[in-house]
Design a protein around this ligand. Structure first.
Ligand SMILES: [Ca+2]
Length: 435
């Protein structure tokens, strides 16, 4: 049944029960009592067959078919949908507001305060980019410049590497050679042309015994010499007889009266008696030889009275700072070259050692202490002219005066007997000396 059918049924019911209560509007207004709970009144003029009525009904329950529940449910769903749509609308509006807010903040980051329009923002951003581009170009130019400078320095460094230490050494060596040549040529000029002219000078300063001889001193004995004007004058023993004389003696052994088992300080300053046995002193020997033109002569005599000699064209003793290092060479003579015996025993370029100062080449001990001597020990020796003075041949440690080429270094064939020497003399004279 549809809705219009129910209206017809309602009208039938009303008219059948309360037809008497149908009144005109005019009667109702007059206040007549009406016992019928259902009242029907005219509410307007009739038009054709239809008239308008106003129906008053008492409270009542109407039974409706199930289909009305669907309507109600549909209405509820529509209502729910409407609410959901409203919520979504509200959410969208909030989102939009937040988005706008963010957009405003972002634009502020590149915005100069006060400028607000998008066009201005864009212009400011462009300026910023241009500024950054300019800075970038500047940095790039600086880097290029630095790179060029580094390349320049690298090429200079390569040039500098070419001038390495070897080249410097070679340069210095060549200069020193040139200077040595000039000095030597000047020396030879003076020695060959100036003796007569220099006689006045030699008479004033006696550098060594040769100067005294030139001044006319022809007697062996003690003389004062000044080998270096910057150092003191000191006494020496002069041999004015051997091979024309003029020899400055710096060591002499002849009777064993002087002990040669001495300290570094003793050998430095000298000891003994210039008229008998002595060591002149390493400092003085250095001063006498420092000009580098001295020859060395060694004279030896054994207990049988056999005399031999060894001479060296070159003889130089360095200063104490260089441990009185010996430079010796250019052997000639009859006693044999015991100072440069072989590779194992070579006294050239060796430091001076004493019983209390080990500068030798022997790693396991002190040659000076073992052989009771101050000497230019190697490891240890093929010559030792400062050894103990024995008055006769001896046995045991070979710590006596020794010259390795006189007797065999091993001297095994002597059944361990060590040969002693009667006398030793070490003396120097300038190579330029004219006999
Ligand atoms: Ca040693």
């Amino acid at each position: 049944m549809n809705t219009s059918a129910y209206l017809v049924l309602l009208q039938t019911f009303l008219f059948s029960s309360c037809m008497s209560d149908v009144v005109d509007e005019e009667e109702s207004n007059s206040g007549k009592d009406n016992s019928c709970a259902i009242r029907l009144r005219h509410s307007g003029k009739c038009e054709g067959d239809e008239c308008p009525y106003q129906v008053s009904l008492p409270p009542m329950t109407i039974q409706l078919p199930k289909q009305f529940q669907l309507l109600e449910k549909t209405l509820n769903e529509v209502q729910n949908l409407k609410e959901s749509i409203n919520k979504l609308k509200k959410s969208c509006q909030e989102c939009k507001l937040q988005a706008d807010d963010h957009q405003g903040k972002d634009s502020n980051e590149v915005q100069v305060p006060g400028s607000a329009t998008p066009t201005e923002n864009s212009r400011v951003e462009n300026n910023k980019i241009q500024e950054l581009q300019t800075k970038l170009n500047k940095v790039s130019a600086s880097l290029k410049n630095a790179r060029n400078q580094i390349n320049d320095l690298q090429s200079r460094l390569e040039m500098a590497n070419l001038v390495n230490m070897d080249n410097v050494h070679n340069y210095v060596d060549s200069k020193v050679s040139n200077l040595t040549f000039v000095v030597n040529s000047l020396n030879s000029k003076c020695s060959s042309k100036c003796p007569a002219e220099g006689s006045t000078l030699i008479q004033l300063v006696y550098r060594n015994c040769a100067d005294h001889l030139k001044a006319g001193k022809k007697v062996n004995g003690i003389y004062k010499v000044t080998p270096d004007l910057q150092n003191n004058t000191f006494e020496v023993y002069c041999d004015m007889e051997t091979l024309g004389g003029g020899w400055t003696v710096f060591q002499k052994r002849q009777d064993g009266s002087t002990n040669f088992n001495r300290t570094w300080a003793d050998y430095k300053n000298g000891f003994g008696n210039l008229s008998n046995e002595f060591w002149l002193g390493n400092d003085k020997i250095h001063l006498l030889t420092k000009k580098g033109d001295m020859q060395l002569r060694i004279e030896l005599e054994d207990l049988k009275g056999v005399k031999e000699y060894a001479k060296y064209k070159q003889f130089y003793v360095a200063n104490e700072y260089l441990k009185y290092r010996l430079t010796v060479g250019g052997y000639d003579g009859t006693a044999g070259d015991a100072l440069l015996f072989n590779k194992k025993y070579n006294h050239d370029q060796k430091f001076f050692s004493t019983p209390d100062k080990d500068n030798d080449k022997y790693p396991s001990g002190n040659c000076g202490a073992y052989y009771s001597s101050g000497w230019w020990f190697d490891s240890c020796m093929s010559a030792n002219l400062n050894g103990k003075y024995y008055h006769k041949d001896y046995k045991g440690v070979r710590n006596g005066i020794f010259w390795g080429t006189w007797y065999s270094v091993s001297d095994a064939h002597l059944n361990g007997i060590r040969k002693a020497f009667k006398s030793v003399k070490m003396m120097i004279r300038p190579n330029s000396f004219m006999e």
